[in-house]
Design a protein around this ligand. Structure first.
Ligand code: NAP
Length: 283
């Protein structure tokens, strides 16, 4: 059965829209999301445009900052410092990847803790691993958890295998599952006997960026499969899972597109709303 990220994200966005309307009636203000795009990366441009469109649909104010590919690191950091100080801005998103001459770590460090709606700052990552409810959680893992909640899928006691140990997906995903009482294995490109590990998993999260890597014979009957991968190939867009052959074997699976992707965007808006409520002392 399909874990429908498109439908679920629409529900979440509808809920946010309703809440926003009520807040606006009460205090006359709406959350502001600043989006910074450096350069001309076509995929990044599409993501940024869809986020700006989403802001308008939901009733957020958006502030887009387009900087040239050759912007200096200091100039970018100054833009972020200005946004940190801007009361109309509740969340700051710097679209990744950044050009090579810019240190991503410095950029993330410069974003104010209270406006880190991507949840990438070390403080937020630390709070997540401590199971602290006040952390702002990275959008992709957070969207996956939301799918588990809304489809009422059990996590406690399950064996989870995550393929990928990136700071934005694999690692925070592990934190979520550990907090929920699952037993978690995090794999990477050096992992031995990956197929064997996958075969024992109740839940697989594939976040590696290799088209159709997870095959039917690597998957246990009835497993839950979460496909994070976005791989644009000459044959089209594919996830990290061989969906066609894996889907008949598992109990639940996210499609690509229409699974994790739209959930990620919905969680960005949810995080921005939470940051706004915290900044305006509404919670
Ligand atoms: P990343 O930073 O490139 O990390 C990929 C991870 O996969 C690394 O830990 C790498 O291992 C591991 N890996 C690569 N090949 C492997 C193999 N053959 N066997 C086992 N592990 C392997 O990627 P990311 O940013 O986490 O993104 C992963 C995928 O998810 C990409 O396709 C990306 O486009 C997609 N994504 C989707 C969303 C969404 O909203 N749907 C959000 C973020 C990312 P090493 O560490 O050893 O190199």
């Amino acid at each position: 059965m399909i874990l429908d990220g498109k439908k679920t994200s629409s529900q979440i966005k509808e809920e946010i829209k309703e809440e926003l309307k009520k807040i606006k009636e009460k205090i006359g203000k709406v959350p502001g999301l600043a989006i910074v795009l450096v350069g001309e990366n076509p995929a990044s441009k599409i993501y940024v445009n869809s986020k700006i469109k989403g802001c308008a649909e939901l009733g957020f104010e958006s502030f887009a900052h387009y900087l040239p590919e050759n912007v200096t690191e200091e100039d970018l950091l100054n833009v972020i410092r200005d946004l940190n100080a801007d009361e109309k801005v509740d969340g700051i998103l710097v679209q990744l990847p950044l050009p090579k001459h810019i240190d991503e770590k410095k950029v993330v460090e410069t974003i104010a803790f209270s406006k880190d709606v991507d949840g990438f700052k070390p403080e937020n990552m630390g709070l997540l691993f401590l199971g602290d409810k006040n952390s702002i959680k990275p959008c992709t893992p957070s969207g996956i958890v939301e799918l588990f909640k809304r489809y009422e899928l059990e996590v406690e006691g399950k064996d989870v295998v995550i393929i990928g140990r990136s700071n934005i997906v694999g690692k925070p995903m592990a934190g979520f599952f550990i907090n929920e009482g699952a037993t978690v294995t995090i794999c990477n490109s050096k992992t031995k006997n990956l197929a064997e590990k996958l075969k024992g998993a109740d839940i697989i999260v594939a976040a590696m960026g290799v088209a159709k890597f997870v095959k039917a014979d690597m998957v246990k009957d009835g497993a839950v499969i979460i496909d994070v991968g976005i791989n644009r190939t000459e044959e089209g867009l594919f996830g990290d899972v061989d969906f066609e052959n894996v889907a008949p074997k598992c109990s639940w699976i996210t499609p690509v597109p229409g699974g994790v992707g739209p959930m990620t965007v919905a969680m960005l808006f949810k995080n921005t709303l939470s940051a706004f409520k915290r900044n305006k002392k509404l919670v």
